[in-house]
Design a protein around this ligand. Structure first.
Ligand code: PA5
Length: 444
């Protein structure tokens, strides 16, 4: 299980930071476990690693095998919670260079996560002359970005394989009963997978939303779910030694002590999208009612040469949460240079991971000395089991954190504001009055 080290945070917290939150944590735990707190109807993810739909899970694995056998590429269409989790796990476990690697699984391209014409054209170019399938993921089925992308890739598939051939290559992950995508999928006869009613987008990576693309990339789903199930059992136990309780309490304590930003730190380039997933999870769950830590992320050591200056000496508004994986066992010995031109022969014969370890240890202390506390999360090896544990750890801690903060961690009312304006400006029927008001303000 994930170990938490708070030794570089306690000096920034009052002495009773944990004990004083015991009652609130107990209450938050009960609300999560029983689903009776604010947003309780969206706590279906809490027991998901145990109660997931086994029949659908088998169907996901079967579909993944089919895609692996008939496709050189899979286009995964989705945005936000219908996108980030899958990409996070594929990159963490298979590599950020997954598509460039020699492998016996299809390339995976993510589309519909923005409105960039350049990105869209590039993806079309990369798949059009290859055998490909599409997994369109949208709980509502009406989100503009994925809906537009799906129109385009559906047409491309139909042009290439005919309507019937395309039908066999489209997999729709959506609501069980409602929505435009569900209607279309039923009418066209696509294989469908379900985003459960009780699971919101940012908590959905362990449903078909994340699992189908993750399985296509060759990750062992049983290991992933097994890691999550182990975390679920461990974190359900009440007590101040529970690492999720400690993480949630420390975050809340630091927030109350004036830290308004949490920076998630990874030391592996493959962690980058995991951090993006984490940012959505915490940002959308806590950022409401004018409250909440601002979730940011950095990749060290690369960002020590860019953001490092700010973290060391800028506004003292942040703390770091550092995720460490157990040593990979991979080795690379730094060679000797007889001329020692760069003066680095003191490193000759040392393993690169030893250098990385010292960089991390030095950074932790430098940042604490500069007034930036840090929370260190020690995870297991960078594998599917650990990924499952980490996902669940962060989800559970997020639920606890939201309740400690006094917000509903499972809604996202603020996401609608831009959509309303965009629909109005695009001339969607029903938004005519709003369009006139916005155009006047924009001077157009
Ligand atoms: O967490 C969320 O609810 C959002 O990020 C959604 O997942 C995102 O807006 C996509 O929504 P949908 O799956 O309905 O297309």
């Amino acid at each position: 299980m994930i170990q938490i080290d708070l030794s570089n945070s306690t000096a920034f917290l009052p002495q009773d930071w944990l004990a004083s939150r015991e009652g609130a944590l107990n209450q938050a735990r009960a609300m999560l476990e029983e689903g009776n707190g604010p947003g309780g109807e969206f706590t279906g993810w809490v027991h998901l690693p145990r109660d997931y739909d086994k029949e659908e899970f088998a169907r996901i694995q079967k579909a993944a095998k089919r895609i692996q056998s008939d496709s050189q590429a899979l286009v995964v269409i989705g945005i936000g919670g219908s996108y980030l989790g899958a990409r996070a796990v594929v990159e963490l476990l298979r590599s950020p260079n997954y598509n460039l690697k020699k492998k016996d699984t299809p390339d995976i391209f993510f589309a519909g996560n923005g409105l960039s014409t350049r990105a869209l054209l590039e993806t079309i170019e990369l798949v059009k002359d290859r055998d490909f399938s599409v997994n369109v993921i949208s709980k509502s089925g009406t989100t503009t970005e994925p809906a537009v992308a799906f129109r385009i890739f559906k047409a491309l598939l139909e042009e290439k394989y005919g309507k019937e051939g395309a039908r066999k290559r489209i997999y729709a992950t959506t609501d069980a009963r409602r929505g435009a995508l569900k209607g279309l999928a039923d009418a066209e006869g696509y294989e469908t997978f379900v985003v459960p009613d009780a699971v919101g987008g940012r908590y959905s990576v362990l449903t078909a939303v994340g699992l189908l693309p993750i399985a296509v990339s060759g990750v062992d789903l049983d290991e992933l779910m097994g890691g999550a199930a182990q975390a679920m059992e461990a974190l359900a136990k009440p007590g101040l030694d529970n690492p999720a309780w400690q993480y949630a309490a420390a975050r809340h304590g630091l927030y109350c002590a004036g830290k308004s930003t949490e920076v998630l730190v990874g030391y592996e380039p493959s962690f980058r999208f995991f951090a993006e997933w984490w940012k959505q999870l915490y940002g959308e769950s806590e950022g409401k009612d004018q409250k909440g830590l601002f979730p940011a992320s950095v990749e060290f050591t690369a960002d020590l040469h860019s953001m490092g200056q700010y973290i060391q000496q800028g506004q003292r508004i942040m703390f770091e949460t550092v995720v460490r994986f157990a040593p990979s066992g991979q080795e690379y010995t730094i060679p000797n240079d007889p001329d020692n031109v760069d003066g680095l022969n003191f490193l000759s014969g040392k393993d690169l991971s030893f250098v990385a370890e010292q960089a991390m240890r030095g950074t932790l202390l430098a940042h604490v000395d500069g007034g930036v506390p840090n929370v260190v999360l020690q995870a297991g090896a960078q594998d599917a089991h650990t990924a499952g544990e980490l996902i669940y750890f962060f989800e559970y801690s997020c639920g606890l954190s939201g309740y400690l903060l006094g917000v509903n961690p499972f809604d996202q009312p603020g996401v609608e504001a831009y959509k309303k304006n965009m629909y109005a400006l695009l001339g969607k029927p029903g938004f005519e009055a709003e369009k006139a008001r916005l155009e006047a303000r924009l001077g157009g």
